[in-house]
Design a protein around this ligand. Structure first.
Ligand SMILES: Nc1ccn([C@@H]2O[C@H](COP(=O)(O)OP(=O)(O)OP(=O)(O)O)[C@@H](O)[C@H]2O)c(=O)n1
Ligand SMILES: C[C@](O)(CO)[C@H](O)COP(=O)(O)O
Length: 228
């Protein structure tokens, strides 16, 4: 069995607006609820810890969802801090080798099939596994004044998605090491890679998008209102 850790303490500065994007309603519920429900509805997930901003006035106070426990904690200044806070808030009964699925609250369109394939990969690979999508566009590196400096070879380049799945003890060790070294890990895999490990890439749906700007919200709304 596994637990979900959901960082939901962001301010949504790139999105703008007063209400943090994870609380924007689409298809009848907040983006955060879509992310939570996708994970908690999965039979292999037994509960979730949600990292919230210290002054979050929007949290509805859920203590269960989909019939499973929901625990909250206070997140931190960076996403990695919020993930570590959620990890530390897990019940003591959760084993050191329990599988943790870290998923952005801002990624509402998660599907059960992706969750199942990710869990299977992470159970088979002690170094963990992440959902990811192969890069489909030609990638350009910019120089200082907005001109093309180079075209980057895109073979074997992937976009990291979430959830990202790691054993509790490994993830804790990796996040603490990155913090101790003053490194801001933008995803969990980056912290684990710093330990010299190579998590497995699991191809996930391209429509598992992260809502970052208002343009993303319109696409997320279409996807959530038309989920098969
Ligand atoms: N200190 C932080 C920063 C981010 N997050 C969460 O991490 C996820 C991905 O982060 P991002 O999309 O960057 O959200 P924000 O940080 O809110 O966006 P911005 O950078 O535009 O402010 C989101 O669910 C966000 O709530 C978090 O829990 N704690
Ligand atoms: C974790 C992540 O979604 C993987 O692509 C991404 O790194 C989050 O970045 P953000 O700037 O914190 O949204």
């Amino acid at each position: 069995m596994s637990w979900a850790l959901i960082p939901a303490a962001g301010r949504g500065l790139r999105f703008g607006g007063a209400r943090p994007k994870q609380y924007l309603e689409v298809a009848g519920k907040p983006l955060l609820a879509h992310a939570m429900d996708a994970l908690l509805a999965h039979p292999q997930v037994e509960g979730a810890v949600i990292a919230l901003a210290a002054d979050d006035p929007y949290w509805p106070g859920w203590t269960t969802r989909q019939g499973k426990p929901v625990i909250t904690c206070t997140g931190g200044g960076e996403r990695a801090d919020s993930v570590l806070a959620a990890l530390e808030a897990l019940p003591a009964s959760v084993a050191d080798d329990a599988l943790l699925l870290v998923h952005d609250a801002a990624r509402p369109n998660l599907h059960a099939d992706d969750i199942g394939r990710l869990i299977a990969a992470a159970e088979a690979c002690a170094e963990g596994a992440i959902l990811a999508a192969p890069v489909r566009d030609t990638l350009k590196r910019a120089d200082g004044d907005g001109r093309i400096a180079a075209t980057e070879p895109r073979e074997r380049l992937w976009r990291a998605l979430t959830p990202q799945a790691f054993r509790r003890d490994l993830l804790r060790r990796a996040l603490l090491a990155a913090r101790a070294d003053g490194v801001v890990a933008t995803d969990e895999a980056m912290a684990v890679e710093r330990l010299g490990l190579r998590p497995r890439l699991v191809e996930g749906r391209e429509d598992n998008l992260k809502v970052t700007t208002p343009a993303d919200l319109a696409l997320a709304a279409f996807l959530l209102e038309n989920r098969e």
